[in-house]
Design a binder for this molecule. Structure first.
Ligand code: MRU
Length: 354
């Protein structure tokens, strides 16, 4: 078995070590990536996935490009392009490759230091989002001592290196003793909710139940959840948010039921250069993912399928956007342009004085 570093995504002896998310929950397998084509393939098949995690993977991929091609030239440029284009929707990937690649001229060590700095920033951001988000949930659900939180896809440590985005909020509520239960959506077609979120919730010891995706809105209408928490792959300047397919339906259901719908994402996922949701590229994935479940056919042979991996939730369905540096209350007329960046927060347990 490959060695896993101090962090779930790490640079060890000239290669990237990371958990292969496609193997979970059956196997916790660490894979080693030593070339850019292998990194691009790992990102495309979702061995590493989740907006912040693919940003870090892309940044470490730049180090792999230097090892193979030196610090400049057509092969290096091609490798960088293939990394930034491996998946189009999460802004973190292209953004972090673009942050690190210009440092190539300063050498491998400088590039690695920057890539690992990005990773550490994401870890700190996940702690901060958990704190801000848990405070907001407690405020919005003030009639109950404990909150029932519905979530989609996987937004935990696997997707972000540690703790997560929406799942960091759920973890923080759980640690504070204010989580009644998490309701995780299965998340067809690739079952990130069933395979990964249920696994992470079990590991953190949080009470949880799994739902088929189509049960979500009925349960919201029956008021069996107090809040919906989702991550984001890109938040546009007007607050429109791209996230896993099914998120838009969930937002509509939450609006119908009068349940707060909160997007949790680090500032690294906020893209002020993209004006609105229509301008966010949506990844279309292979039809085979829809006509099968874990490699077993579920539809007649030759059935064609549509497979958009993400959808756009319009900002007017979003109660608030929680980042690592601020809470933007869209329901109160705030916007990403009007709310200034605040401070990173630390867990109370880590730093009682703050
Ligand atoms: O296709 P995936 O599994 O990479 O999709 C991931 C999501 O939609 C997450 O919600 C998003 O990246 C935020 S994770 C912190």
């Amino acid at each position: 078995m490959q060695q896993l570093g101090d962090r779930p995504l790490d640079w060890i002896d000239g290669g990237v070590s990371m958990v292969d998310q496609t193997r979970l929950p059956d196997r916790y397998e660490v894979m080693r990536i030593e070339s850019v084509p292998d990194m691009v393939a790992a990102i495309r098949r979702l061995s590493v996935r989740g907006a912040p995690a693919i940003g870090v993977a892309g940044a470490l991929g730049v180090a792999l490009a230097i090892q193979a091609h030196g610090t400049s030239g057509p092969d290096f440029d091609r490798a960088i392009r293939s990394l930034r284009e491996a998946r189009p929707t999460a802004v973190n990937l292209a953004r972090m490759v673009d942050r690190v690649a210009p440092l190539a001229g300063q050498g491998l060590d400088q590039v690695l230091a920057e890539a690992l700095a990005i990773r550490d920033e994401e870890i700190a951001a996940s702690v901060s989002m958990g704190e801000y988000g848990a405070d907001l949930v407690t405020e919005l659900v003030s009639e109950r001592a404990t909150a029932r939180a519905m979530t989609i896809c996987n937004t935990g440590g696997l997707a972000t290196i540690e703790r997560g985005t929406a799942l960091a909020v759920i973890q923080t509520l759980h640690e504070r003793g204010t989580l009644a239960e998490a309701l995780a959506l299965e998340t067809r077609p690739l079952l990130q909710g069933a395979r990964l979120t249920a696994w992470e919730l079990a590991r953190m010891g949080a009470p949880h139940r799994l739902l088929v995706d189509s049960a979500a809105n009925f349960m919201l209408a029956r008021r069996q959840a107090d809040v919906v928490l989702t991550g984001a792959d890109r938040v546009a300047a007007n607050g429109d948010t791209a996230n896993k397919i099914g998120t838009f339906s969930l937002a509509l259901g939450a609006r119908y039921a009068g349940v707060p719908f909160i997007v949790v994402a680090p500032e690294s996922t906020v893209d002020m250069d993209t004006p609105g949701g229509d301008a966010i590229p949506i990844e279309d994935r292979d039809a085979t993912e829809v006509v099968s479940v874990r490699d077993r056919a579920t539809a007649p042979a030759n059935t064609d399928a549509a497979n958009p991996a993400f959808d756009i939730t319009p900002s007017d369905l979003i109660t608030a956007i929680v980042t690592d540096r601020r809470v933007v209350r869209l329901d109160r007329g705030d916007s990403l342009r009007s709310v200034p960046l605040g401070h990173l927060r630390r867990r109370a347990a880590e730093s009682p004085s703050q």
